[in-house]
Design a protein around this ligand. Structure first.
Ligand code: PLP
Length: 361
């Protein structure tokens, strides 16, 4: 038996004719950008996320960056500081840097790899220049929103949720001031057939400004109030996403089922399964002190695994000025995490084989 890490071919095949019809409709329509499909997807995604505004953009990095650029304009920020966890995909700090802001890396929890909110940890990072905090819903699990929004309120900070791995994770918390950035990179829980992204928010002013900035800073055709960029969700991707959105809850449920099975089989030295809907298991992280040999063993069994992420952001060459910082938990996850196969098309037999192969190691 072979178990690919993520079989995108099988996933997209499983949507059958409706996906092909959606693409054919766009081809026939003669309209490929800023049209009905994108508008319809934005409306459907906003409703699905229970957010009044959704703005399609080119990718997840731009979703993050455009929100920061819009806030910079709205609030008159300069080269101010943004708090961000040290173990995330590089796009999160890059969005900060590209918006002309300064990332201030922080540590994560030992038990779940999410941004630390215990005791007064975050308070120690705040300076007079701090403007924003970006919790990352890493692996598909929501960060502790109650504590993060409370912290932000105390220090008058904006909160930008990096939800690029957490499509459909259900927030118990809701305060009507949320802003989330999504990516529809093909491998995400809701994935396009190319690049795509979206900003969802309660703030109408922010939504309008992001829309302008993503479309050349244009207020109307050939009138440019801002130095914007070109970052739009196209009609083809929107049409594809509309079909795939209809199955997102069912797909996430299947991921949660597999995760519950894994966690049950692996027992107490692995993170317990999260079963309240706040985790959509984009990634199933397995922690091991023997990662290289376990990965080789699984590979020889025909099981593909990946590492999320092998190098924390503050150790990347791109952030050389941060190399002296120490974030023990972020570094722990980066040196012990192995991502096991999990997806809506993973079969029970495959999941059992993964467990058997891991436990036989
Ligand atoms: C995928 C991802 C992004 C970036 O999304 P792109 O669409 O590839 O630009 C940002 N943050 C996190 C946590 C991600 O997983």
């Amino acid at each position: 038996m072979t178990v690919p890490f993520l079989d995108l071919q099988a996933i997209n095949q499983s949507f059958g004719q409706p996906l092909i019809d959606a693409a054919a409709d766009v081809i026939r329509s003669g309209w490929y950008l800023c049209g009905n499909q994108t508008a319809a997807f934005e409306a459907e995604w906003g409703e699905y996320c229970k957010m009044p505004h959704a703005v399609g953009v080119g990718n997840g990095l731009d979703a993050l960056r455009l929100v920061l650029q819009a806030w910079k304009i709205m609030f008159g920020w300069q080269d101010d500081e943004v708090i961000v966890p040290a173990n995330t995909f590089i796009a999160t700090p890059l969005a900060i840097t590209q918006a002309g802001l300064k990332p201030v890396f922080c540590d994560v929890n030992q038990h779940d790899a999410l941004i630390r909110t215990d005791s007064d940890y975050l308070d120690t990072l705040v300076t007079p220049r701090t403007r924003c905090i970006i919790p990352v819903h890493l692996y598909g699990q929501l960060a502790n929103l109650t504590e993060i929004y409370q912290f932000a309120q105390q220090h008058r900070l904006q909160v930008l949720e990096d939800a690029c791995q957490a499509h459909g994770a259900r927030a118990i918390y809701n305060n009507n001031v949320r802003t989330c950035a999504y990516s529809f990179y093909p491998g995400k829980n809701l994935g396009a057939l190319g690049d795509g992204g979206c900003v969802t928010t309660h703030d109408e002013t922010l939504a309008q400004l992001v829309r302008m900035l993503a479309n050349y800073g244009q207020t109307k055709k050939y009138v440019h109030d801002y130095q914007g960029i070109n970052s739009r969700l196209d009609e083809m991707q929107a049409a594809i996403l509309r079909v795939k959105l209809r199955r997102l809850d069912a797909d996430n449920h299947r991921r949660q089922q597999i995760a519950a099975f894994y966690a049950d089989q692996f027992g107490s030295n692995q993170p317990a399964a999260v079963q309240d809907g706040t985790h959509v298991y984009h990634i199933y992280p397995y922690l091991t002190t023997d990662r290289t040999t376990l990965q080789e063993h699984l590979n020889s069994c025909g099981i593909q695994t990946l590492i999320h992420y092998p190098v924390p952001c503050h150790h990347q060459k791109a952030y050389a000025s941060e190399h002296s910082k120490v974030f023990p938990n972020a570094e722990y996850w980066c040196s012990h995490e192995l991502s096991l196969p999990i997806s809506p098309v993973l079969t029970d037999e495959q999941a059992q084989f993964v467990v058997k192969s891991v436990l036989s190691f």
